[in-house]
Design a protein around this ligand. Structure first.
Ligand code: CTP
Length: 402
């Protein structure tokens, strides 16, 4: 999905020596694509793993490698940046910044900075576990430096354990999240997303065209805003947003049960899923066969639980937000649905104009009236909606319908 969420941000990206340098080409590409401008700085050791030529081509600017490249680059580079990101950050480099050492350009830059510093460690598992490294990391965190990762898994040296660099996509997501205002810090947000799948037999079922993109974008935006996010997802093939806890379900009943189980721990509930209203009363154990001359199959339907309405009528509900996908007359159906579901805020859109698309246009329905929001890509819209929800939701949850 194209987005310009880092437009206007200038990053200094520093590479130190390590095999994970190969991941930084992709990270740079993602940051540039998101609109960031980038200044790459490399240590001598980093240039052994990936060439400055590659990094210059990807970032579109000459790469700095030495203190003596230009007049006072450590001051100028640090002053221009909105943040400095060190990726990969080696054991040695973590030790340097923990102790305030400035013996080459990148470490000097970190000491001379007046902007935030993020480090993305990458090293062998024993180097990571070494008490000296752990002491340095604790000191770095105490100094207000963001430490992103490391991951656990197989390492270039053939060993398995903690220390490998988080993937470039994860580092990108963490950097994007870093720049977002923490409007929901400490809030617990429960979100449903995607369609449900109601089986007819072992191979067939009833579903709908919801892609899950809007719900996943809201989960991402809520996590970026500092919330603790639990996403209950129907069958979709979307990656889990960074920092979000995801639970996969198939049917409306499973989604209902997962939500009712999680609701006591939620301050805000956002129901984005396109839940099937009906399921068949009897799912055939065998595939329904087409027998020549036999009558066509028929099904009896029973109504699925209304998840949003069930949560909203709990004695002490979280702040409930509904979505409505209509095929016409949005203003009439949106407000009617909000009242029927007894929720303080309902976000309405026209389903056929949004399903599967990367952008969306919505109207907010609440007691005070209807407010249309301009069409925007789903990620941007998600951030706007999270800001609107954060304005309205009380910090502690509780009954809100007036
Ligand atoms: N919803 C739900 N459980 C259901 C049906 C809907 O939680 N069984 C939620 C959706 O997640 C959404 C809101 O209710 O937040 C409205 O969903 P929508 O499908 O538009 O409304 P319905 O209640 O199904 O009404 P209708 O199909 O008649 O338009």
């Amino acid at each position: 999905m194209e987005s310009s969420e880092l437009a206007g941000k200038h990053l200094v990206l520093g590479l130190t020596g390590g095999i994970a340098c190969y991941k930084i080409a992709e990270l740079t590409r993602l940051l540039i694509k998101a609109g960031a401008s980038m200044q790459i700085v490399m240590t001598d050791a980093a240039t052994q793993f990936i060439t400055p030529v590659t990094m210059q081509a990807l970032s579109g600017r000459p790469v700095y490698t030495s203190q003596w490249d230009a007049r006072m680059p450590h001051i100028d580079l640090a002053r221009e940046a909105d943040a400095i990101v060190i990726a990969p950050a080696s054991t040695d480099f973590l030790a340097k910044i923990a102790h305030g050492m400035c013996d080459y350009l990148l470490s000097t830059l970190c000491i001379a900075r007046d902007c935030p510093l993020l480090v993305v460690p990458a090293m062998n598992r024993q180097m990571w576990q070494n008490p000296a490294t752990q002491r340095n990391v604790a000191q770095i965190r105490a100094d207000g430096i963001e430490v992103l990762g490391p991951d656990s898994g197989s390492q270039a040296c053939g060993e398995v354990g903690d220390g490998r660099m988080i993937e470039p996509e994860a580092a990108f997501e963490a950097i994007c999240a870093f720049f977002q205002p923490k409007l929901l810090r400490g809030q617990r947000v429960l979100i449903t997303a995607g369609p449900t799948f109601e089986p007819l037999d072992p191979v067939r079922g009833i579903t709908n065209r919801s892609s899950g993109k809007m719900g996943f974008a809201l989960a991402r935006a809520a996590a970026q805003a500092g919330a603790d996010v639990h996403l209950v997802a129907g069958p979709v093939s979307l990656p889990t947003p960074w920092g979000v806890y995801r639970e996969d379900v198939q049917t409306a009943q499973q989604m209902h049960d997962a939500v009712m189980h999680a609701t006591p721990d939620a301050d805000i509930f956002i129901a984005v899923a396109a839940v099937a209203d009906w399921r068949v009363d009897h799912v055939s154990e065998q595939k329904i066969k087409k027998i020549p001359g036999a009558t066509q199959p028929s099904f009896n339907f029973v109504e699925n639980p209304d998840i949003l309405a069930s949560v909203a009528k709990l004695p002490n509900p979280p702040y409930c937000v509904g979505f409505a996908a209509e095929s016409g007359d949005l203003n009439v159906h949106g407000e009617e649905k909000r009242k029927r579901k007894k929720v303080p805020l309902l976000i309405g859109n026209l389903g056929p104009l949004t399903f599967g698309r990367d952008d969306n246009e919505v109207v907010l329905f609440e007691d005070s009236g209807a407010t249309p929001l301009p069409r925007a890509d789903k990620r941007q819209l998600a951030r706007t909606l999270i800001a609107e929800i954060a304005k309205r939701a009380p910090k502690t949850g509780g009954p809100l319908l007036s």
